[in-house]
Design a protein around this ligand. Sequence first.
Ligand SMILES: N[C@@H](CCC(=O)N[C@@H](CS)C(=O)NCC(=O)O)C(=O)O
Length: 220
Amino acid sequence: MEEDKVVLLGSGFSMFGMRAKIALAEKGIKYEYIEEDLTNKSSLLQEMNPIHKKIPVLIHHGRPICESLIIVEYIDMVWHSNSPLLPFDPYLKSQAKFWADFVDQKVYHASRRVWISKGDEQEVAKKDFLESLKHLEEFLGDKPYFGGETFGFVDVALIPFYCWFYTYETFGNFKVESVCPKLISWAKRCMQKESVSETLADEKEVYESVLDYKTRFILN
Ligand SMILES: N[C@@H](CCC(=O)N[C@@H](CS)C(=O)NCC(=O)O)C(=O)O
């Protein structure tokens, strides 16, 4: 592997992988993308992320960086001169990191339960999911982006979920827009950015892949 080459290990419709792609696109970094088959992980993935063996992994100077939010922060620090993603101010930075972590701790886990579970469990998941989005919408307020006037860290953390909304809504029989209209306007604003629109998957394709996954791996 060449010294200063940038390589990204990703997979399919992973929102975590999309975060890294958006950050790299925002910075205008050229990189090699390697698609991983998570049912048959490559020796490169196992070598580069021996602890979790998960994607995404960014490989820079031949060294691995794991965990999507850490990858986005790394990209922001290394290529700091263009399109800053994290604020410089320590307090604002702490807030951005808090909300990005909130996306992982609350939004992600609830969203997964929306399409994986049924009955009462699914009702609880829907409530948790929408409640977590409502909190984010309150934090967004009337700002165009979570950090203010420009697209930043929390936007990168959350926007990949947007292409999964159709899946959550179809399985859960609800509409995010009726509960969080401002969040949908924010998502549409983000979609006007090339880094986002060229990265996010087609919502129907995400749904088809989840249906396929459920029929193959989950007993209904
Ligand atoms: N917290 C991790 C989550 C990454 C993650 O869950 N990746 C999934 C794909 S969406 C994966 O590699 N799964 C393979 C496995 O669990 O074996 C991050 O933010 O990067």
